[in-house]
Design a protein around this ligand. Structure first.
Ligand code: SF4
Length: 232
């Protein structure tokens, strides 16, 4: 099939303002969007800049807007989106170049929720055990790959970049509900602040955007409830 990729470009050393470039070429419906972008980079315009690493939906580095929707370029087939494809960087972050956005603030928000095991218990000889039922409580949020598709689909984040955002709340959820962790109070304090979970207006964009099908809105609701119960 003949496809037309319309791609957001921002090359500050060449042009001050962003613009769109269009590339037409032949592709298979079973090619992924990332295959198309690689074709452009390798055959048509080597100056196109984007992030990608594992190319199999695990690293989360190639999140971008594909026909207006946040997706991973390596997980979307050209045949599923049609012959005219518009590619833009994630919304709400500053663009560094073309499809590459500045994720420093995103990872600052991630670090702010203490996304690691906190415990005073001495290290056991083998692993720290828990029952399957205890693990099930937070299993869904362990699937996060930090692609930022959720946070950059969130209108509350677009209007206030200090909002901690869905991705950081998902990461906090993973530890708050882990029976082996003892850092819940610290995390709930961070998330109970002005720019924490209460900025979420339950719009569900995050859940729709997640390439890992994490029930983000439900996780955020559970964190809100934990904060409310703590204060009760
Ligand atoms: S919750 Fe989903 S959309 Fe958000 S960062 Fe994690 S994997 Fe990406």
């Amino acid at each position: 099939m003949r496809v037309k990729f319309k791609i957001y470009r921002y090359q500050p050393e060449v042009r001050e303002e962003p613009y769109f470039d269009t590339f037409e070429f032949d592709a298979e419906p079973t090619d992924r969007i990332l295959d198309g972008l690689n074709h452009i980079r390798w055959q048509l315009d080597g100056t196109l800049v984007l992030r990608r690493s594992c190319q199999h939906g695990i690293c989360g580095s190639d999140a971008m807007r594909i026909n207006g929707v946040n997706r991973l370029a390596c997980k979307v087939l050209i045949g599923d989106v049609g012959a005219r494809i518009t590619i833009e960087p994630l919304m709400g972050f500053n663009v560094i170049k073309d499809l590459v956005v500045d994720m420093d603030d995103f990872f600052d928000q991630y670090r702010s929720v203490l996304p690691y095991m906190i415990t005073e218990q001495p290290p056991p000889e083998a692993e720290r055990l828990q029952s399957p039922a205890e693990q099930e409580v937070y299993d869904d949020t362990t699937k996060c790959i930090l692609c930022a598709a959720c946070t950059t689909a969130c209108p509350s984040f677009w209007s206030n970049r200090d909002f901690v955002g869905p991705a950081a709340i998902v990461q906090a959820h993973r530890f708050i509900f882990d029976s082996r962790d003892e850092g819940t109070d610290e995390r709930l304090e961070v998330l109970g602040e002005r720019d924490g979970v209460w900025r979420c207006r339950t719009i569900f964009n995050c859940t729709e955007a997640c390439p890992r099908d994490i029930k983000i809105t439900r996780a955020i609701g559970e964190v809100k409830k934990a904060i409310a119960l703590k204060g009760a």
